[in-house]
Design a binder for this molecule. Structure first.
Ligand code: ADE
Ligand code: ZN
Length: 326
């Protein structure tokens, strides 16, 4: 049995976190009040009771609705500041966080409002917690290529404060190939590339993320395990998988935590990491994810240390900083 303090005390990087998915119901209510917005819930308990999902889309519908309370730069600041405080308590010393600009620009909130709010919280987290943070601008894959290109164009003035682009939202029916050109543009800007693939989508989507997008890291990747040749390729190339156990359970990617493949991934030579995805919706932050997987799969300290080391190896930190964290 691993003690909880060991997990929280393990320095780690969080590589798969949607900042909009860290919106706790309490903050949702506070921002709704501050911005004079009506929300379709009577209480915080009501909100939490609605968080029952049987697939990714059930979650996404409620997640996009929740984001409507975010209107002003200070809202994005408060959202991110709350996450950094929580993550620091869990031993996160480096975070690479995704944000979904299109969720906000589609509602008339300017890209500038979103990013200036997030950047102010990032600067504070560095000063307050000594945490390093990179931003990952994530495109919504249910929208079209032109919308993604317009979003990348809107980001150009801040490109030196963005580390990577990503691809998220409804996976099935929206293969990576749809975004090959915008990813090529992002690469030309010097950005790293990540994409959700193999969460609900088939191994074919993972191949596309590798071959057509040229990703530097794979978000989720669970369904890669269905294809032994793909597993070999991922292992040999040292591709990092950002695995999210509590998310996998809540979105029914696994039926039960005791059936989670995290240790199988490690045994097969995959560089798996543990992350929280949308912690306010899935019942826990990063240390909760480590605890859940350790308890359900009987992981020992050595496996947990490997997972934490993998998080630095798979990060976009410069080599010297990675080495300093190992
Ligand atoms: N957006 C936020 N969380 C997501 C997930 N787990 N998969 C796809 N898109 C998301
Ligand atoms: Zn995700």
């Amino acid at each position: 049995m691993i003690d909880s303090d060991f997990i929280a005390g393990l320095p780690k990087a969080e590589l798969h976190l949607h900042i909009e998915g860290s919106l706790e119901p309490e903050l949702m209510f506070a921002l709704a009040k501050r911005n004079g917005i009506a929300i379709p819930f009577a209480s915080v308990e009501d909100v939490r009771a609605a968080y029952n999902f049987s697939r990714l889309q059930d979650f996404l519908d409620i997640y996009y609705a929740g984001a409507d309370v975010l209107r002003e730069a200070r809202d994005f600041h408060d959202l991110a500041a709350a996450y950094f405080d929580r993550a620091a308590a869990d031993g996160v010393v480096h975070a690479e966080i995704m944000f979904d600009p299109q969720t906000h620009t589609a509602r008339g909130v300017a890209f500038e409002t979103v990013i200036t709010g997030l950047l102010s919280a990032i600067d504070e987290a560095k000063a307050k917690h000594g945490m390093s943070v990179q931003l990952i601008l994530s495109f919504l894959r249910h929208l079209d290529e032109a919308d993604a290109i317009a979003t990348l164009d809107a980001a150009r003035p801040w490109v030196d404060r963005i580390g990577a682009v990503g691809l998220d939202s409804s996976e099935l029916g929206h293969p990576p190939e749809k975004f090959a050109r915008v990813f090529a543009q992002a690469r030309a800007l010097g950005l790293k590339l990540v994409a959700h693939a193999g969460e609900e989508g088939p191994p074919e989507y993972v191949y596309q993320a590798l071959d057509l997008l040229g990703v530097d890291r794979l978000d989720h990747g669970n369904r890669s395990l269905e294809d032994p040749l793909l597993v070999t390729r991922l292992a040999r190339s040292g591709m990092t998988l950002t695995v999210c156990p509590l998310s996998n359970l809540k979105l029914c990617v696994v039926d039960d935590m005791t059936a989670h493949p995290i240790d199988r991934m490690l045994r097969e030579g995959l560089r798996a990491t543990v992350n929280s995805d949308d912690p306010a919706y899935f019942g826990g932050y990063i240390a909760d994810n480590y605890r859940a997987i350790a308890a359900a799969r009987g992981l020992g300290r050595d496996d947990l240390v490997t997972l934490a080391r993998n998080s630095f190896l798979g990060s976009f930190l410069p080599d010297a900083a990675v080495t300093a964290h190992l």
